[in-house]
Design a binder for this molecule. Sequence first.
Ligand SMILES: NC(=O)c1ccc[n+]([C@@H]2O[C@H](COP(=O)([O-])OP(=O)(O)OC[C@H]3O[C@@H](n4cnc5c(N)ncnc54)[C@H](O)[C@@H]3O)[C@@H](O)[C@H]2O)c1
Length: 278
Amino acid sequence: MTHTSSPIRVGIVGYGHLGQFLVDHIQREGLGVGFGLAFVWNRNADKLSDSVPKDLILTNLSEFTHKKADLIVEVCHPQIVKEFGVHFLAHANLLVGSPSALSDSQLNQELRCSAQKHGNTLYVPSGALWGGQDIQRLNDSGSLKALSIRMSKHPSCFRLTGGLLSDWSEDEGRRVLFHGSVAELCPIAPNNVNTMAAAAIAATTLGFNGVTGEIVSDTALADYHLVEVEVTGPDGFSVTTVRRNPAKIGAVTGSATYNSFWSSLLVCKGHGGRVYLC
Ligand SMILES: NC(=O)c1ccc[n+]([C@@H]2O[C@H](COP(=O)([O-])OP(=O)(O)OC[C@H]3O[C@@H](n4cnc5c(N)ncnc54)[C@H](O)[C@@H]3O)[C@@H](O)[C@H]2O)c1
């Protein structure tokens, strides 16, 4: 089925694994579901020349307004959210693929203000988080007491700052790398804990400082990442979920997360000046 109204114009910022997946999907299936490409940007534009039509390549990200995108999808790095997020929200809805950037409380506040001021939505994809909307409902009713998330992966799947996992051997088994607040964890593992960041955004009453995160390196996890979420409410209420996310050795992103991201994008049709978990 083809949509009759004009498609939502999407700007893709970042052309790594997720960016390529989304550009390909929009080109093949977009018009049928009401989405078209406005532009694609990558810091190295050479990577785009074989697969993206010339008129859709944006060479200077500061000139994004020329392309009149309705929705900008950041699938790049938290640093780009920091540099451009507020400007993006002044002109378009924003799907932020690197929500770990929001662990910076000042940036978090600035993004929320920009969304509100301009009536544009800051979309946060649930990624590998299961039950995000249930967490949000519990949060909004004032009943969320605690939330903790453990992500376990093969050591080759982690991208950590500060050499936290520079030494590992294939037979070492399980090693807890960090246990503490998601606020402290995000800068250490910005590419690995977007799922935890999404959870912290759903759980506004706890926030990044109040949600507990743990990352575990486990050489036994050659085929999947493990995401365990424990939610605590009042009077003994609790929910625990365990998600096995198939992933190849060395992959930062589980394979099911790509389709989850596409489903999230399809939700981004404008929900007013607020943060929206999708
Ligand atoms: N929300 C989620 O559930 C979820 C899931 C997977 C990945 N992510 C995040 O989405 C982003 C993209 O993921 P990916 O798997 O496509 O990663 P990737 O490494 O395959 O691609 C990232 C792209 O951004 C570029 N890049 C990296 N740092 C940059 C910087 N500082 N400035 C400009 N360009 C930069 C790289 O050259 C590359 O083209 C990452 O931040 C990742 O952590 C989020």
